[in-house]
Design a protein around this ligand. Sequence first.
Ligand code: ADP
Ligand code: ZN
Ligand code: MG
Length: 471
Amino acid sequence: MDIVIGLEVHVQLATRSKLFCGCSADYFGAPPNSLTCPVCLGYPGTLPLLNRRAVELALRLALALGAQVQTSSLFDRKSYFYPDLPKGYQITQYRSPLAVGGTVSFPGEAGEEHLRIRELHLEEDAGKLVHAGDRTLVDLNRAGVGLLEIVTEPELRSPEAARAFVRSLRTVLRHLRVSSGDMEKGALRCDANVSLARAGEPLGSKTEIKNMNSARAVERALAAEAARQRELLSRGERVERATYGWDDALGKVFLQRGKEDAESYRYFPEPDLPPLDIGPELLARVRGELPETPQERLERWARELAVTGTDAQTLIAEPERADYFEEVARVCGRPRQAASWVLSEVLRLWRAKEPPLAPGELGLLVRAVAQGEFSRTTAKELLRQAAAGASLQELLNSEQMRPLKGSEPLRELAQETLLAHPQAAADYRAGRTQALGFLVGQAMKAVRGRADAPQLHRVLKELLEEDHWGG
Ligand code: ADP
Ligand code: ZN
Ligand code: MG
């Protein structure tokens, strides 16, 4: 039996205000019910007014994914009763969505894969229920916040692919500044539909899983649910259509409710909103403002910087990281070394939003190492000190950080090393030439890598082979 997966992804649009009123959409951490007004509280007699910015952001994503934007789309009311839904219905686009088609590319097992999008539509979010002891409280700050729902075709073939898809979509959202894409904060929510079918046979009966708050959780939940279905089917039982929640700590799905069908929502046209007409000027403007997509950026990196594969994937994952890498590469002129430095040294030190060192400074450091001015070890030490707050310029100018150049200082260093390690010197002169490597290592250690190893090697060898040395 093959696994068949289709996703319904809710993306919180990065607008300042809600979808149909002027209340702030920045509800994370705000005092409960502080961001509300008669419109989003669902008072009778109020009217929704569509947020233009929300439409532009939604169009931006639709265009970037190659979807077909409909010249006219419609709003509908989806009715259901729940305490976090004060109006008793949600405004969504059911009969006619904003855009149809398009694809999301993501890294698969055998190279790049593409998942087809069925449609993208605008809708408003609901509030939140807060369970406190034996009471349940209602917070309506989130009620009316603008969402874009992306519905995929049921064409993902594995839980791993679903995870890769979610990650790639999140990267696209962040690069386009359409959404923060933060799954932990609920700005990206994924309902995963899964069924099992024999290859070539019609799709099997599916279940839906909700409440995963990371891409990893999406993968784990789908794997657990596919295993549960496999088990049922192998016993000759049926998979019932239903909605499950995911308990990440237990690693288990739990039944939430049997599946409603469309009739139970009593969809009908929203009488208070006109059709959403998208004119050619608006579309052209949004297209003109479209930032480079991560996909395009990866292609450019491969072409111009020879940076590809998992390195490129890790660098592209956050737009700030991608910008940082590009700046380091530009300044040092060595993209692959820039990539290696950012991936190995900088990411470890990159706390919260702040990089440990300005990209221009790291670029200079990487260039200095590439030109043999000092070793990678010294550079790492400099990077650590700069990350702890020291000024890189001052560190570089300070006497003890300056590379040992010229024959005099090197000769001095070599002599000190031979005095400190007489046994190794004697060994070398007795024909055990591998002792030279040890001496070079000791000398480099003494100056914390500030000398040029091949030069030092030469000077040490000269000294050891001078007749009068040591006697
Ligand atoms: P519903 O009957 O639940 O409304 P839809 O056809 O509208 O189903 O699809 C909703 C989501 O479920 C889509 O993301 C779609 O890709 C996915 N889906 C539909 N059928 C299946 C299936 N048999 N197995 C897995 N996913 C499916
Ligand atoms: Zn409001
Ligand atoms: Mg449906």
